[in-house]
Design a protein. Structure first.
Length: 365
């Protein structure tokens, strides 16, 4: 049997995992998601251990995931990523000096933080890169919950760095690319050249999966609802032959008479509800500020290619707004753009697994 690798995300809304074959051309073998009841987890923090452990066990059973060793992806609001420069010129020495250099920039005492440094380049002034900080107790709790569910965390990786590795395969060689990943509670913005991160930000904003009324229905029926039919063998259909997924519900659009500024005009068929518009306008505004902040840097390489993934990125009006922010054409990315899929994948899963798959890109363990 071919060696496989597994990536896992634990979000406020669900636990999501993928299993792919190891090697140069990874192939998706299994993927799944189990919804969590409100309050079970929050921002990379486990609130109800029993519920999350149960969800993980159900996910492995229902999705048919075989591997027990996982790469755990984190990227919530409590994981800090910032640019960092040092006069030192060796990565190991920069990492050793981090507790002294960044203690005044951390939201928690330095002895309660896990620190890392990812180098990007060296010049006459020293070494430059990205500093990553997370609360050690939260990371230890995540690892403990996995162990209780019979899983082993081989490593903990930042979702943003997975996106950087994805950009290495999406953007042409030598081209600086940007990837925007829109999640339920955090939107990731990463800019990289040949997979080397240049800039990373996590924007805290709640984006509903579907229209406001649909989102409420989705959260209510069952505490642990498994989105099945996600294995590479094909999607499950309902009795009338239509796919059984929230993604289908989410595509139902409510016409809006006059789109507000920030979301371009569109045909009625592409309209969205006023509530969703308000959220996306806020998101576009924050993205514009984030991209402007990057461009104002003296060492900022021009972004020549932009990719988007996640919630509502299939909507033409949002794509048009993001293209205006980026100043480039927009290409939407799904899981199928990152790994081989032998027998097709349910659309509802394909549009959500890109960040999970990206955790496994760029080498083997």
């Amino acid at each position: 049997m071919a060696k496989t690798r597994v990536a896992l995300e634990i979000t406020e809304d669900s636990v999501r995992a993928v299993e792919v074959t190891d090697g140069r051309a990874p192939t998706l073998l299994a993927a799944g998601e189990v919804m969590l009841p409100p309050g079970a987890a929050k921002d990379s923090e486990i609130v109800d251990r029993d519920v999350v452990v149960g969800a993980l066990r159900r996910l492995w059973a229902d999705a048919g995931i075989k591997g027990r060793n996982v790469v755990l992806g984190v990227g919530g609001r409590r994981v800090l990523v910032r640019e960092h420069s040092s006069t030192l010129r060796e990565t190991a020495l920069v990492r050793q000096s981090l507790p002294f250099d960044v203690q005044d920039r951390l939201p928690v005492p330095v002895d309660q933080a896990v620190l890392d440094f990812i180098p990007t380049h060296v010049d006459d002034e020293g070494m430059h890169g990205l500093m990553v900080a997370a609360v050690s107790e939260q990371m230890e709790d995540l690892v403990s919950v996995l162990a209780e569910a019979g899983l082993v965390a081989d490593s903990i990786d930042l979702l943003a760095f997975g996106y950087c590795r994805a950009l290495a395969g999406l953007a042409p060689k030598g081209v600086t690319g940007m990837l925007i990943g829109i999640g339920e509670h955090t939107t990731q913005v990463v800019i990289a050249t040949d997979g080397v991160p240049q800039f990373a930000r996590a924007i805290p904003i709640d984006v509903p999966r579907g229209e406001a009324g649909i989102a409420a229905v989705e959260a209510a029926p069952t505490p642990l609802e498994t989105l099945t039919g996600f294995r590479a063998g094909g999607a499950e259909d309902s009795a009338d032959g239509t796919p059984r997924s929230r993604g289908d519900l989410r595509r139902a659009r409510t016409a809006v008479a006059t789109p507000p500024e920030g979301i371009p005009e569109a045909p009625a068929a592409d309209a969205m509800s006023a509530d969703l518009q308000d959220v996306l306008i806020d998101l576009v505004t924050r993205l514009r500020g984030t991209v402007s902040f990057y461009r104002d840097r003296t060492d900022a390489a021009p972004v020549a290619a932009t990719f988007v993934t996640g919630l509502h990125t299939d909507h033409p009006r949002l794509q048009a707004a993001l293209a205006q922010v980026a100043g480039t054409e927009i290409r939407r990315v799904t899981g199928a753009d990152l790994v081989r899929i032998k027998n097709g994948l349910h659309p509802a899963v394909d549009e959500r697994i890109a960040p999970t798959v990206a955790l496994l890109l760029g080498g083997t363990k």
